[in-house]
Design a protein. Structure first.
Length: 189
């Protein structure tokens, strides 16, 4: 139950889809923006992040939310996000209270990624990251990701200049699609 936890409000939270839309590519993805309580009951909830392993095929060493590509047997984006989260950090799907979803965002390869928003009473120390996929598992307080904290970052990928939201949070650099998701959420009190 999230009532005793200092949770943010999200400006663009929508009801979850109970199926994958037919128009979405079969290789679309879903991730879990997971909020957990801080050990200090008066502190704001924290958001769980992973730093990807150097063993994965793409996005080596980047910070993101647990999640990944849908499988043919995944009935919905929620199923995909919870399955992938379980595979990556060991959190059982039944331990997550799904709160809603954010609008789909395009990845660099133009495939949709759907951010599912959830809450769990889990203690981060009880989770076990899959070392093949996750180099580091950590959680940061949600006020580190409000619109007031956000900066813009300009970078070059494959000869194209791009801009992305950027959140410098406790020594971590959150940018790219994860930062776009946080910007879309527009967290506030």
């Amino acid at each position: 139950m999230t009532s005793a936890v200092m949770m943010p409000r999200l400006r663009h939270l929508e009801p979850v889809l109970d199926h994958w839309p037919a128009v979405m590519h079969s290789r679309a993805s879903a991730v879990l923006m997971l909020f957990i309580p801080d050990r200090d009951p008066g502190a704001p909830a924290r958001i769980v992040f992973t730093r990807r392993s150097t063993l994965v095929r793409t996005h080596k060493g980047q910070i993101g939310f647990p999640g990944g590509r849908r499988e043919a047997t995944d009935a919905s984006p929620v199923v995909t996000a919870l399955r992938e989260t379980h595979e990556e950090i060991g959190l059982p799907p039944g331990a997550v209270e799904v709160l809603g979803m954010l609008p789909p965002l395009p990845s660099l390869d133009r495939r949709s990624v759907i951010p599912i928003v959830g809450f769990s009473q889990v203690d981060l120390a009880t989770l076990a990251a899959n070392a093949d996929e996750v180099a580091e598992l950590f959680a940061l307080p949600w006020p580190s990701f409000t619109p007031e904290v956000m900066q813009n970052l300009r970078f070059n990928v494959f000869g194209c200049w791009r801009e992305t939201p950027y959140f410098p949070a406790s020594g971590y650099h959150v940018w790219g699609l994860t930062a776009w998701m946080l910007k879309t959420a527009a967290l506030y009190s």
